[in-house]
Design a protein around this ligand. Structure first.
Ligand code: PBG
Length: 303
């Protein structure tokens, strides 16, 4: 009766990794319980999420071929575009969120186009805008840019408006840190940078005031919702962001946070269900309105 924070399946967004092929359900070794799914199996998994009361999925595409400009990200017949259409056709009430970034699609693994060893911020913006419009055309309900280029929310907003998607919301990865906790994701998406790292565009884990600046910039450029990522080591950031803005705040309980709990549970070092719910409750208690989590289905079954 006196509990201050309540978890519910409708707080969750379930991330999925879509690959080419049919009937593919390939385990991701560093993320037990999470799979690379072909479109047919992604449709099944999305239907299961909805039936458990999870209202939204976030899609990452892993293209069969990567190139320097990440063309798979804005190919109208690309794997993520086909997954969006197929999932919407099967589960129209499910919110399908398109992650917009180039790193899963570039052969060098960076989130933007590269010249020499440098990621080119401004040259990347039109490609991100194209990716957003192509996912909108495929039927995405929400556009979620995760690249951290400066000015991308404005560029995407403008492109969406021009393509007559003026009502489509943007959930921006606004405060995204250069984090070691993304390790397992990069296995899942085969997106580890081939040289250098992402510290040129992602944030320094030591900074919190900078997060407020990044969030304010994205809101001013038209973000309808903002995200803090990762979540667990950044609960103070979630809390401060929640106080600073009046748009919904999402937090991404990222791959490494998930894998730590899974690995410890597999060794019987801790109680999976208990720790998972404790972690998710803490993220919500810190101020997150929405939690992106690979635990979504496991947690929804318990709640
Ligand atoms: C792509 C992207 C990443 C994640 C989400 N979108 C990886 C990265 O920035 O390297 C990480 C998600 C996770 O670890 O679960 N830009």
């Amino acid at each position: 009766m006196v509990r201050e924070t309540r978890l519910s399946p409708d707080d969750f967004i379930y991330p999925m990794f879509v690959v080419e092929g049919r009937s593919v359900r390939r385990a991701i070794p560093s993320m037990p319980g999470i799979f690379n799914l072909s479109v047919d199996n992604a449709v099944e998994e999305a239907r299961q999420a909805l039936s458990l009361g999870v209202p939204a999925v976030l899609l990452f595409g892993i293209p069969p071929k990567k190139d320097a400009k990440g063309s798979g990200a804005y190919d109208k017949d690309g794997v993520v575009q086909r997954a969006i259409s197929a999932i919407k056709a099967d589960s129209p009430q499910l919110q399908v969120i398109a992650d917009i970034c180039l790193c899963e699609y570039t052969d060098h693994g960076h989130c933007g186009v590269v010249e020499g060893q440098e990621v080119q911020n401004d040259a990347t913006l039109p490609l991100l805008a194209q990716a957003a419009v192509s996912c909108a055309r495929a039927g995405a309900d929400i556009i979620a840019p995760s690249d951290m280029m400066d000015g991308r929310v404005a560029a995407i907003r403008k492109a969406l408006d021009e393509a007559r998607f003026e009502s489509l919301p943007i959930l921006s990865y606004a405060a995204k840190y250069a984090s070691g906790f993304y390790g397992p994701f990069r296995d899942a998406a085969q997106s580890t940078p081939q040289f250098g790292d992402r510290r040129g565009y992602q944030m320094d884990p030591a900074n919190v005031r900078e997060a407020l600046k990044e969030v304010a910039t994205d809101v001013a450029e038209g973000a309808d919702m903002v995200m803090v990522k990762p979540a667990l080591a950044y609960l103070d950031v979630i809390c401060k962001v929640k106080e600073a803005v009046d748009v919904p705040v999402a937090a991404y309980n990222v791959s490494g946070e998930y894998s730590m709990v899974k690995a410890a549970a597999q060794n019987d070092w801790l109680d999976y269900s208990r720790v998972m719910l404790e972690v998710l409750t803490a993220i919500k208690r810190a101020g997150a309105d929405l939690v992106l989590t690979y635990h979504a289905l496991d947690a929804a079954k318990l709640l």
